[in-house]
Structure formats: C-alpha cells, structure tokens
Ligand binder design. Structure first.
Ligand code: HXC
Length: 258
C-alpha cells in the first residue's frame, strides 16, 4: 500500500514504519493515524514479517495529536466520532511484537503511541511528555493510564499535571523505556533487537507478548494461572520440541512457527 504520511518497508523479517510529516514534527493527523494502523495491520498479515519497529525522525517521534486538526472540534464531534478509540484498539490488537524507536519529542499522542508498543528503545535525545494540560485537555490515548502503570502515580501525576518533558535518562530510570542508545545508533539498535526477536518462534513470541499484556488486566494469581496454561500449551508445539532438542544437541534452533 502506498502511504502519504509514513514510510513502511520490510527489511529482512522486520517491518520498519517511519512516521513522516517532517514539517509538523510528525503531528498525528487523521491521515497519519489511519495509515499507521493500516501499516501495522499490513505487517501483521504479511507472513514475511516477524517483528515491527515504529520510529519517527531524529527531531521527533511525534509531537502529539495534530492540534490544528483538533482545535475547532466540538464535544459532539469527538464523542460521536469516538476520536482516537480505534487507534488504541487496532494497535493493541496486533499480535506480532512491536518496538518503538524514539528520538526527539514523543509528546501527547506521540508518547501514547510509543507506550502502545511492546517496548520502547530511546535515543539519548528522546523527550517524553503528556503536555495536553497546556491545551486545556487531558491525555486521550492512554497517557493517564499506561504512563501511570509504567512510572507510578507520582511521576505520572507530575507529567500529566505540569506537562513537563522527561528526558531519556529519567525515562529509563522510571521504567518507561527499556534502554537508551546514542541517537546515531537508534535505528541500528532497534533493528538489531527486532532481528533478535525475528529469530524466535513467532508463535512463542506472540504467546509471551499475550502473557505479559495480561499482567495489566488480571490479579497476580489469575495472571500466574493464565501464564501457566499458556506455558503448558507450548508443549503441544513443534517449536518447543525443536528448541529443547537444539539446546541439547548444542546447535541453533530452527523454529517453524508450529
Ligand atoms: C500540530 C504541530 C504540533 C502538533 C508541532 N507542530 N507540534 N502541529 N500539532 N501537536 C508544528 C508547529 O506548529 C510548527 O509548524 C512545526 O510543527 C514545528 O514546531 P515548532 O513549535 O516550531 O518547533 P519547536 O520550537 O522546536 O518546538 C517543538 C515542540 C512544540 C516543543 C514539540 O512544537 C510543541 O510544544 N508542540 C506541541 C506539543 C503538544 O502539545 N503535544 C500534545 C498535543 S495534544 P509551523 O507550520 O508553525 O512551522 C495530544 C492529545 C492526545 O496529543 C490525545 C490523544 C491522541
């Protein structure tokens, strides 16, 4: 599919999706959001793709929802159109692993898209924030919910109430990002992480993703039970036989997603 506001390409087994509205710091207008959803869904359906990386430019992952587009909307417009609900639902429904590679600004909806991914690798230039309060609104795609789960109430309140930005180092310390790398190496490092994931069984990776994500929805005992059931079910796969045989035979496993 040809896109206007993003660039999507498959490198080896990784779909690299680059947000591309440089004049607006990748502000998330409705075209970009629809194209992003379509691109991840295309990657999900493409048998060659085993992992997805979403990134932006050096200056901005995304500076938030497009303020020009939203400024004149009424309550009736956003309520009736259920503004941004489908983005959360469509990205959350992807079963293949998704990495956000963030350089520069990841603000408002930009921070929220990054948090919808399975983990975030940040350049040392990354700046995260939920500055919606400065615009007379609050976060609308998970910034008050996911951010709180990542960094805890105190820091999430600080971010959501003051609208201040959080640098990469603080974000790593707070658990928002999994690692910080030099800006020049961001894509290389994110693609290397994606390649590592692409070498695994896609079946097992999807199961691991599902199990970790359940931890947000369930009590600990229910979550452990869910994990154990999924763990047990792995023994019905060929990839479990192959993975364990390969270890014992001291060779690389050849997973077949079966
Ligand atoms: C529309 C935006 C934009 C945005 C930047 N631009 N952010 N346009 N929506 N969110 C545009 C600017 O208008 C400008 O266009 C161009 O991008 C460059 O931006 P500058 O401000 O000139 O750059 P700079 O001085 O470097 O400042 C960078 C910045 C600032 C600190 C990131 O742009 C900024 O504060 N942006 C808004 C951040 C924000 O409030 N995000 C939350 C949005 S609300 P022109 O044409 O003037 O050159 C949100 C709601 C979430 O996300 C709800 C669910 C999605």
């Amino acid at each position: 599919m040809a896109f206007e506001t993003i660039i999507a390409e498959v490198q080896d087994h990784v779909s690299l999706i680059k947000l591309n509205r440089p004049d607006a710091l990748n502000a998330l207008n409705s075209v970009l959001l629809q194209e992003l959803c379509a691109a991840v869904e295309e990657a999900e359906a493409n048998d060659k793709v085993r992992c997805i990386v979403i990134t932006g430019s050096e200056k901005a992952f995304a500076a938030g929802a497009d303020i020009k587009e939203m400024a004149e909307m009424s309550f009736v417009d956003v309520f009736t159109g259920n503004l941004f609900a489908d983005v959360n639902d469509r990205i959350s429904a992807i079963r293949k692993p998704i990495i956000a590679a963030v350089s520069g600004y990841a603000l408002g909806g930009g921070c929220e898209i990054a948090m919808m991914c399975d983990f975030i690798i940040a350049a040392d230039t990354a700046k995260f924030g939920q500055p919606e309060i400065n615009l007379g609104v609050i976060a609308g795609m998970g910034g008050s919910q996911r951010l709180t789960r990542f960094v805890g109430k105190s820091k999430s309140m600080d971010m959501n109430l003051t609208g201040r930005f959080m640098g990469a180092e603080e974000a790593e310390r707070a658990g928002l990002v999994s690692r910080v790398v030099p800006a020049k190496k961001l894509i290389e490092e994110a693609m290397a992480a994606a390649q590592k994931i692409a070498e695994k069984s896609l079946l097992t990776a999807a199961a691991a993703k599902e199990a970790v994500n359940r931890s947000y929805e369930l009590t600990l005992s229910e979550g452990i039970l869910f994990e154990r059931r999924v763990f047990h079910s792995m023994f019905a796969t060929e990839d479990q036989k192959e993975g364990m045989a390969a270890f014992l035979e001291k060779r690389e496993a050849q997973f077949r997603d079966k």
